[in-house]
Write a protein that binds this ligand. Structure first.
Ligand SMILES: [Zn+2]
Ligand SMILES: [Zn+2]
Length: 400
């Protein structure tokens, strides 16, 4: 039952609507509104204009993202449900597990852009599983299908779709007469053809699904919080999509697994992969699944072959999860540089055991830390002319 106060509109207090329907398991708010409107025998846009007036244009917002509280309150009252129930049908349900936070506006990690545009065809941004839609009581859109890493149905193991199987139009359930009917040709989306996904991709997609639902998952055999798991997954996707060595990586993936090595379809204004159509993201996350197979061994082999070393692998990562740091250590190709303290300790040890700390012995022990080596080495013979490094060392004073 609703815990919200009775809202008012210009005409006075509003009454609950004569038709009500519960939010179904995993349903998105936009889908629920579309079904509610269907039960009231109006279009979703008409219902929203009736409830909020035509000035606010609520129907044009991405209602699955962060709908304003007053919208949720009005809808909860009208349908005799609670604001919390409606909120759990929005991206707030997954935000913490997959991205930490989803901003109210602009591009958002993992969330596909809204399809509720009022002009033109709309975007291919609402996916669906025809088998889920065809199940008894399953004719509604799942919030999970709005997430860009979801390319396979975790229940049925078939590839998701993002367009009508009959006329190829994108899904726009807000302008359709029925949430599962194509807005353009009226075909039932549940009748779209399905294709079984590759077994390894299915199990990887199930892992991502459970991580998004539970807040933790696995990298290889190690348990990991869902947030670092999705950070690593995203980085691997970016490396294949548009990274500095993405071309080499795609070539290696093509050679080993026959994945199409072509560059990904260009997106407007270098938009992130969330804007790619399903067919392109299917290829992308099939590549990611290959990279994460037998973690981290497969990634080592593939990255080695692609000459994709540590510095490329972590590029543009705001924070590098510990498990990723550990996993990519073997891909490090930068020579180790000993610190001043380490060189000084090595020099003391050489003096104690060998009588003197020569440059060549220090270099054997400490690698290429030239300045530190010159500061700590013993002068074994007096050179007539000071080298550039020796002058630099003298100018900076003795080593501490
Ligand atoms: Zn399904
Ligand atoms: Zn159609």
């Amino acid at each position: 039952m609703s815990s919200t106060a009775q809202p008012r509109c210009r005409q006075g207090p509003v009454k609950p609507w004569p038709y009500r329907t519960a939010v179904r398991s995993g349903e998105s708010l936009s889908s629920w509104i579309a079904r509610l409107a269907g039960g009231l025998e109006v279009r979703p846009g008409t219902l929203l204009s009736f409830a909020f007036g035509t000035k606010q244009i609520v129907a044009r917002q991405d209602l699955d993202r962060h709908p304003p509280n007053e919208v949720l309150e009005r809808l909860a009252f009208g349908a005799s449900t609670s604001v919390e129930t409606l909120k759990s049908a929005t991206i707030a349900r997954y935000a913490e597990a997959i991205a930490g936070e989803i901003p109210h506006k602009g591009r958002a990690r993992w969330l596909m852009p809204t399809s509720q545009v009022t002009s033109g065809q709309g975007r291919f941004s609402q996916q669906f599983c025809p088998l889920c839609l065809g199940e008894p009581g399953g004719a509604y859109m799942r919030l999970y299908w709005r997430l860009a890493f979801a390319v396979v149905c975790p229940q049925h193991g078939v590839e998701l779709a993002d367009r009508c199987g009959q006329c190829q139009a994108p899904v726009r359930h807000f302008v359709s007469s029925n949430v599962t009917a194509c807005w353009k040709c009226g075909e039932n989306l549940a009748h779209s053809a399905t294709a079984a996904a590759r077994e390894g991709l299915i199990s990887h997609q199930r892992q991502l699904y459970f991580a998004a639902e539970r807040g933790w998952g696995f990298m290889g055999r190690q348990a990991i919080g869902s947030l670092p798991l999705f950070d690593i997954t995203r980085q691997l996707a970016v490396l294949c999509f548009r990274g500095k060595r993405s071309h080499q990586l795609r070539t290696v993936l093509a050679h080993r697994y026959g994945i199409n090595p072509e560059p990904y379809e260009p997106t407007a204004q270098r938009a992130p992969f969330e804007y790619l159509p399903h067919s392109e993201r299917l290829r992308l996350f099939d590549s990611v699944a290959r990279l994460m197979e037998a973690w981290p061994v497969n990634m080592w082999v593939l990255c080695e072959d692609a000459e994709l070393y540590r510095s490329f692998a972590i590029v543009d990562m705001p924070t590098i999860p510990y498990l990723f740091q550990e996993a990519i250590r073997p891909l490090d190709r930068t020579p180790y540089k000993a610190t001043e303290d380490e060189v000084a300790a090595a020099a003391r040890w050489l003096r104690r055991t060998e009588g003197a700390a020569s440059y060549s012995r220090l270099r054997e022990l400490c690698g290429e830390s030239r300045l530190a080596l010159y500061r700590n080495k013993d002068i074994l013979r007096q050179s007539s002319k000071l080298s550039r490094f020796q002058s630099l060392v003298n100018r900076e004073g003795p080593a501490t």
